[in-house]
Design a protein around this ligand. Structure first.
Ligand code: XIL
Length: 514
């Protein structure tokens, strides 16, 4: 009954806030803010509706903005309009932009631009043919002028050619089980931390982040601390004229999650300093050019040192104590015989590059930071041997603390026996352990598939509980199925409305599944 009431309230709200009408073949969606924020939320800023206007304050970056999720139809053609007012600068440039995601990866496009003079409501208009994306967030940002407060009114999305109506995505459903749902961070308190990865788009959605905070006490930025997000190519190119080892770093993408974690006392696991993937190819080349020669080993080690030093210094200064652990190196072992995978790191530095990375991470990380090597397919026998050899060698230099099992699995693949053998072998090294990226694909979203998935999750948790002394954290790789990097096969604990799936109950109480 409560759930039906909640749904009816949500529907009534939607109808009150939005006028969706058919007019000579046009379909229009209007946010007039007459009855509230109409699903608009602050992206790294605060938004407040009043008298038909939505005001945005507390901005620190140009992308900080009022935004709203829309269910646009890929291929659909839309016209967008909004009026903007600002009272602080003589004039300022604004853009209407879209953030779209596919398989959890976000990209951006600017759709309309305009100059807004002080005190004058100004219309911005643009068009957008929706690409083949899973989700769309429309927002209004400034070009520069990152702290400017401003207001918007009359945001419209029109489908002029009779295409399917642009729909706002449904407001988050009230979760029926929320009162009786245990928090995973509490269930495992005293044993290990329980967490998830969170990406930037999620970090600026306060409703979602309240939910994250209710369940998890540790988060990993899904992409925002990877080398391609942190390495500032343009600024580094400017520096490198003086010194080939100079590196500039920036944290624009990680900031929303770091701010939230700091404000809410949630720990952050850093992912990842050194990786063959999601790393700009220019990082390894002379002058940071796209096609120049690789730099020498010495220069590369200098760059690595400056990179790690810059990251640690920034985080320690701005977020002391927030990032408690790091994946120093990710996925360095190949899937065949278990040797070091071919990568620019191996080519340019040589086969001690992991040792040097751990040495530098130890040198610059605040005391007490746990340093991990992280990899996938640990349960495959050859790779397990390779990882074991690598860890043994790193342990001799004493700069590594632990091993992270990614655990991107499918139901029954690998078998629980294979995973057990892998955990047993790595645990025998006496290192700290974590499940850094847990998800279990289950195919189609049927009851049978969800039941089998729950049983597999329960088995994995029972195994981890047997080694609870060594595990420091278990982190799922995503919050809800729809936002997973493997969303096509429903791998996570919550459905798209944040309702707990059978897998959630299995993780919350593995013994409930025999
Ligand atoms: C994935 C992210 O989830 C995606 O959003 C991104 O497009 C690609 O990377 N192993 C890792 C993670 O260590 O960084 C990867 O994350 C998943 C596999």
């Amino acid at each position: 009954m409560r759930r039906i009431l909640a749904l009816l309230t949500a529907l009534a709200l939607l109808l009150a806030c939005a006028v969706s009408l058919a007019d000579e073949g046009k379909t229009v969606y209007v946010s007039d803010f007459s009855a509230g924020a109409d699903g608009w939320y602050g992206r790294g800023a605060s938004v407040a509706p009043a008298g038909g206007v939505l005001k945005t304050t507390g901005r620190q970056d140009s992308w900080n903005s009022p935004g709203r999720d829309f269910a646009l139809v890929p291929g659909g053609y839309y016209e967008l309009g909004v009026e903007v007012l600002q009272e602080q600068l003589d004039s300022a440039s604004f853009m209407v932009s879209v953030a779209h995601t596919v398989n959890g990866a976000t990209s951006y496009e600017n759709l309309a631009r305009g100059t807004v003079k002080k005190g004058e409501w100004t219309a911005l208009k643009g068009t957008y043919t929706a690409g083949d994306y899973d989700t769309f967030t429309l927002y209004v940002e400034t070009v520069g002028a990152g702290t400017l407060s401003f207001s918007i009114r009359g945001f419209t999305v029109t489908a002029p050619n009779g295409e399917p109506a642009p729909k706002p995505t449904e407001p988050p459903m009230v979760i029926s089980a929320v009162d009786s749902m245990p928090a995973l961070k509490d269930v495992y308190a005293g044993k290990f931390d329980f967490g998830s990865c969170v990406n930037m788009m999620q970090a600026v959605n306060p409703v979602l982040m309240d939910f994250v905070g209710s369940q998890f006490n540790i988060v990993t930025p899904e992409n925002e601390l990877k080398p391609d997000a942190v390495f500032d190519l343009a600024a580094s190119r400017a520096l490198v004229r003086e010194d080939e080892t100079a590196v500039a770093v920036h944290f624009d993408r990680a900031k929303p999650l770091l701010d939230w974690a700091q404000a809410n006392g949630v720990k952050v696991h850093g992912h990842t300093l050194v990786w063959h993937s999601q790393t700009s190819p220019e990082f390894f080349r002379e002058g940071y050019s796209g096609s120049g020669k690789y730099v020498t080993r010495e220069v590369m080690l200098g760059r690595l040192e400056n990179y790690i030093k810059g990251i640690m210094a920034y985080l320690d200064e701005n977020y002391p104590g927030v990032v408690v652990s790091w994946d120093v190196v990710n996925e360095a072992v190949d899937d065949g015989p278990g040797n070091l995978r071919g990568s620019p790191w191996l080519t340019v530095v040589g086969d001690d590059y992991l040792h040097r990375a751990f040495e530098l991470a130890r040198k610059y990380a605040p005391e007490g930071t746990k340093l991990y090597y992280n990899d996938y397919n640990t349960a495959s026998p050859n790779k397990l041997n390779g990882i074991y050899r690598l860890l043994s060698s790193l342990l001799q230099e004493g700069n590594i603390d632990g091993y992270g099992f990614q655990m991107h699995h499918a139901v029954g693949q690998p078998t629980v026996q294979q995973i057990t053998a892998a955990v047993e072998k790595i645990a025998s090294l006496g290192v700290s352990l974590r499940v850094s990226e847990l998800d279990v694909t289950c195919g189609k979203p049927t009851e049978a598939a969800f039941t089998a998935q729950a049983a597999f999750y329960a088995d994995v948790m029972k195994l981890i509980l047997r080694y609870a002394d060594q595990f420091e954290a278990v982190q799922v790789w995503g919050i809800t199925d729809d936002a997973s990097w493997r969303s096509y096969a429903y791998p996570l604990l919550f459905d798209k409305n944040r309702n707990p799936k059978p897998a959630f109950w299995a993780v919350a109480d593995p013994d409930s599944i025999k």
